[in-house]
Design a protein around this ligand. Structure first.
Ligand code: MTE
Ligand code: HPA
Ligand code: MOS
Length: 765
């Protein structure tokens, strides 16, 4: 089935927040953000702005009827700053005006005086100053400290990873209006309608049932709207509630870039120990995570980094620690992969470092250490149905890597101005929210008396195609035509207490709940048909809208049967509830079985570097990916390709620049470079692993939203190898590997350290 949104998207008919018709008396909110990264607020002078024609009211924390608190996991973030500001762009006030333009003009007239305090933007510097969001978290297995002497080889090193801007096409925004009594209707571009409902309730001191959050679809989220759609929705609700008028708050691109958090930058130290035959015996890593000014989702992202510390490898002795550092940047947040890419980059760097020092291709070490069936991931989950070995073989057969590698060697020996490099990037990504309690979902299905069906779930459509998958589940379970089914908006009054659509588990969780609801309806309808036909229900089947008995048509079809069911007063509505079985995790011990299953795969990269200019091309990316038994190969391929390109952007070109004061310099699309069509690999092949799928995946079709992004990391190592073909002294792990860094690397004399002045000594040296 094609993505059910594709026609609407191409013709421009799909509705987004900004397309919703506004009530005539609507007002517009513009956010006033801090101009300093860290400081005391001495005075807020709103007089001149308030006198502006068009300004209705300016709200600050003083106007909040409930709590000035929006922190999702830790209560450490106000909706508006009170006496101290912690990052540039931190909301201080909301100007509500008759137009957005009037609001913006008034913003120029707000006068805030600050006493500047020392701002920290680097996580190592934060750690040196004892500035943390939380105490460090460690997961461990075995005794790495006892292994170093037993290892034939031990290597240490450091890595740097920058952040990443989500750059969803649709910026953050919400539109709220008061309903009867104290009720509020909130339209938001959010991955977490329930988080918004809960937070509005807290800030406005209302019970949750007064607030209805409705989401049609998102123009992209990528994690950026898991937690950070909340403030703007709460602001619009606050103003709507207090003014008794509709209020729309939509961030301009510039405000969005300045005010919202991004992927967490990490600065890390590792130590890796190998045996004579290149088995990894021990691995130790300390990650310094740049959390920004408040926790936001950092505690959960910390966990996922810990879970993916060993990526696709079995390592018996591991110790992994995340220091979540508090800095004066916007709170960093969820981004496709959710801490996974950070963990995986470091282990891949450690392997690459070992390979460089030992003079073997990294692939030799990678392949020797892939996790196998019944090996235990170091957090306690036994690996089951691992197919890395199968993928490795399939990939070699499918793509002929040995020949490719020989050709690359030959190319390098014959060319002086161009050098090629290659690398493999394997992945093992755990599917489930790392927080076990979040792995639940509900779905509400109505069959109307004319036989048409309305489906509501907690899943948010953000371009990934989850609505299409929900339609497929309904169609296949009920045996009816897709044209009969309507996917309703995601609405907290229809489906309550939802988890965010995140962790790649939107289709699994909501799809399973939907299957449960549809199956219950089907059982009722079969019982009715059984009565009508006087045949045991086990012999009845619904297919193509026909009621079949032992495969043969009867006089009953879907429409007729629904009519009859309605007249017989049979309940044609059902609510399905799903909670992932099997999973559990002991957070204190760092052990358990947190994931329903893992997604595996392997990417091969071939790149060419121009040794005069430092520019590069990604010639080819060949992937074998474990989609399970894909329920929608076109959608899943789209997710894989999009994820890979977004991951390549992260590893090679997307570079956030700040000045010393913590002001974002790359604050437009002319200064923040994301992959365009020319940056996409010339050849990008993604082939499915032949497998029967996993029972905990919806229709055995594995979650696909995030895992492919991590293939993108392979671009780093392939480019690094191409540079090393020209200059073997280049050994740095400092992502993104931009053309500027490549050029420097091509001509650098010996290992230079990336951020010399800030970086403390590697903790393992
Ligand atoms: N694909 C598109 N087109 N747009 C998005 O915003 N978000 C990604 C991924 N793919 C995203 C996307 C992220 S971060 C996640 S967690 C999953 O989709 C969420 O959807 P799913 O759970 O239905 O896979
Ligand atoms: N992944 C993505 N988003 C999340 C998670 C997770 O594991 N936990 C909470 N939000
Ligand atoms: Mo995705 S980062 O889990 O929203």
């Amino acid at each position: 089935m094609k993505n059910i949104d594709s026609n609407g998207h191409v013709t421009g008919k799909s509705l987004y927040l900004d397309d919703l018709p506004l009530r005539q008396d609507s007002l517009f909110g513009v956010v006033v953000g801090s101009e300093v990264a860290h400081g005391k607020i001495l005075d807020i002078d709103l007089q001149e702005a308030e006198n502006d024609p068009g300004v209705i009211k300016i709200f600050t924390y003083k106007d909040i009827p409930g709590e000035n608190q929006i922190g999702g996991i830790v209560a450490d973030e106000g909706l508006f700053a009170e006496d101290t500001v912690h990052f540039i762009g931190q909301p201080i006030a909301l100007i509500v005006a008759t137009s957005e333009r009037a609001g913006r003009e008034a913003r120029e007239k707000v006068n805030i005086k600050y006493k500047k305090l020392k701002a920290i933007t680097d996580p190592r510097e934060a750690a040196a100053n004892g500035s943390y969001l939380l105490p460090p978290r460690t997961f461990a297995a075995g005794h790495p400290e006892k292994q170093w002497d037993r290892c034939a080889y031990v290597f240490t090193g450091s890595t740097e990873q920058a952040g990443q801007e989500h750059l969803y096409l649709e910026t953050q925004g919400a539109y709220s209006y008061p309903m009867e009594t104290e009720n509020l209707m909130v339209h938001s571009s959010t991955q977490s309608p329930t988080a918004i409902q809960r937070t509005i309730a807290k800030v406005l001191a209302l019970p949750m049932h007064r607030i209805q959050v409705d989401v049609v679809r998102l123009g992209g989220g990528f994690g950026g709207k898991e937690d950070q759609a909340t403030p703007w929705a709460v602001m619009s609700a606050l103003a709507a509630h207090l003014l008794k008028k509709p209020v729309k708050v939509v961030l301009s691109r510039h405000d969005d870039l300045h005010m919202t958090g991004k992927r967490h930058p990490y600065s890390s130290d590792f130590r890796i120990g190998l045996s004579k035959d290149l088995k990894i015996l021990a691995y130790e890593v300390e990650y310094f995570q740049n959390g920004g000014a408040a926790n936001d989702l950092s505690p959960a992202i910390t966990e996922r980094t810990l879970f993916h510390t060993t990526n696709a490898y079995y390592i018996p002795h591991v110790k992994s620690t995340v220091h979540s550092c508090k800095t004066n940047l916007p709170p960093n947040t969820a981004f496709r992969g959710f801490g996974g890419p950070q963990g995986m980059f470091v282990i891949e760097s450690a392997i690459a470092k070992a390979a460089m020092e030992l003079g073997v291709p990294a692939a030799v070490i990678q392949e020797k250490n892939f996790i196998k069936d019944n090996d235990v991931f170091y957090y306690g989950q036994k690996a089951k149905k691992v197919n890395l070995q199968k993928i490795w073989k399939a990939a070699h057969k499918e793509y002929g890597f040995i020949k490719k590698q020989k050709e690359i060697e030959q190319f390098n020996s014959q060319n002086t101005l161009l050098k090629k490099g290659w690398a493999f990037m394997p992945i093992a990504f755990g599917i489930s929210f790392t927080n076990t309690s979040m792995n639940q979902a509900r779905a509400l299905v109505h069959i109307y008396s004319d036989g048409s069906v309305g489906v509501s779930t907690g899943a948010i459509e953000m371009g990934q195609g989850v609505n299409t998958k929900m339609l497929q589940v309904t169609e296949q379970t009920l045996g009816i035509k897709p044209g009969r089914i309507k996917l309703e908006t995601t609405n907290t009054s229809r489906v309550a207490n939802t988890s965010p659509t995140a962790a790649s588990s939107g289709a699994d969780l909501n799809g399973k709940a939907l299957q449960i609801a549809c199956s219950a309806l089907l059982r009722r309808l079969k019982a009715l048909a059984s009565n009508l036909l006087n045949i045991p229900a086990t012999q009845i089947e619904f297919l193509n809208e026909q009621v079949l008995v032992n495969g043969n048509a009867t006089e009953w079809n879907w429409e007729k049967l629904i009519q009859k069911a309605f007249l017989s007063r049979i309940n044609l509505t059902e609510n399905g509830h799903y909670a992932t079985p099997v999973i559990h995790f002991d957070k204190a011990a760092g052990k358990g079985h947190p994931f329903a299953y893992h997604v595996y795969g392997l990417a091969f990269y071939e790149v060419t570097v121009d040794v005069i200019r430092g520019t590069y091309e990604i010639d080819e990316v060949d992937v074998i990916h474990d989609f399970g038994k894909s329920m929608n190969p076109i959608l899943d391929l789209g997710q894989a390709e999009g994820g890979i390109v977004q991951g390549i952007g992260y590893a090679t070109m997307e570079e956030l620049a700040y000045d010393a004061e913590g002001r974002l310099l790359s604050n437009s699309l002319s200064t923040y470079k994301v992959p365009d069509i020319y940056a996409v690999p010339s050849v990008l092949k993604v082939k499915p692993l032949k497998t029967s799928g996993h029972p905990l995946a919806i229709l055995k079709s594995k979650a696909v939203g995030e895992p492919p992004l991590m293939y993108g990391l392979g671009a780093y190592f392939a480019i690094q190898n191409a540079v090393r073909a020209f200059n073997p002294e280049f050994k740095e792990f400092d992502a993104p590997l931009t053309p500027e860094k490549v050029l420097m690397g091509l001509y650098q004399k010996k290992e230079a350290t990336a951020k010399k002045q800030l970086k403390s000594v590697n903790v393992f040296k």
